[in-house]
Structure formats: structure tokens, C-alpha cells
Design a protein around this ligand. Sequence first.
Ligand SMILES: [Zn+2]
Length: 109
Amino acid sequence: MHELSIANSVVEICVEQANGARVTRVTLEIGQLSAVMPDAIRFCFDVCAKDTAAEGATLEIVEMPGQARCLACGATLAIAVPYGQCDCGSENLELISGQQLKIRQMEVV
Ligand SMILES: [Zn+2]
């Protein structure tokens, strides 16, 4: 399961960065174009965090909307799928946001 390996690496990174401290809260940025399900991540995070320094940590997920730049006219547009068409008619888009999956912030005690 895709989400399980993602959640596992998130836990691993947090535990490593906490450096022995207890992780209490993790904020994750998930792009809406990344095809990752926030609910699945949440569930898997709890499973993966068990018996680690991140056990019981609150997982906050911030969904980042998709954004692309038109390579023909330079306009920036919001997209809900990883392709689309600009107002100028061009389909030559470069994704600039929405595919990311990263740890924005974490709190330790
Ligand atoms: Zn355009």
C-alpha cells in the first residue's frame, strides 16, 4: 500500500529529527495532485508510529491545491487534475504546486 510506505518514512524522518525527544505533533503538506489519500495517511501514521517516539503524535494534514503555469502565455492557473488547458488555449502547462508531500513542521517535547 502506497500510503503505508509514505507514512512509514514520515515517521522515520520525524523520529530521526526528534533525536530522542518525543514527537507530539506533525504537520504534513499533501498536494491535491499527489494521489495520496489524507485519511489513509492518517490511519497509517498511527500504525507506523506505534512503539516509536512519534506514538500518539497528532498528525495535521494541509492539502495544497494544484497550480500550473502556462508555458505559452505565462499565466498561473488552478487545476484539480495534473493536466488542463489555459484560457489562452494552450495545454502546455508546467505543474508548480500540488504534487508535493512534505513535512512542514513538527513539535517535540
Ligand atoms: Zn496560457
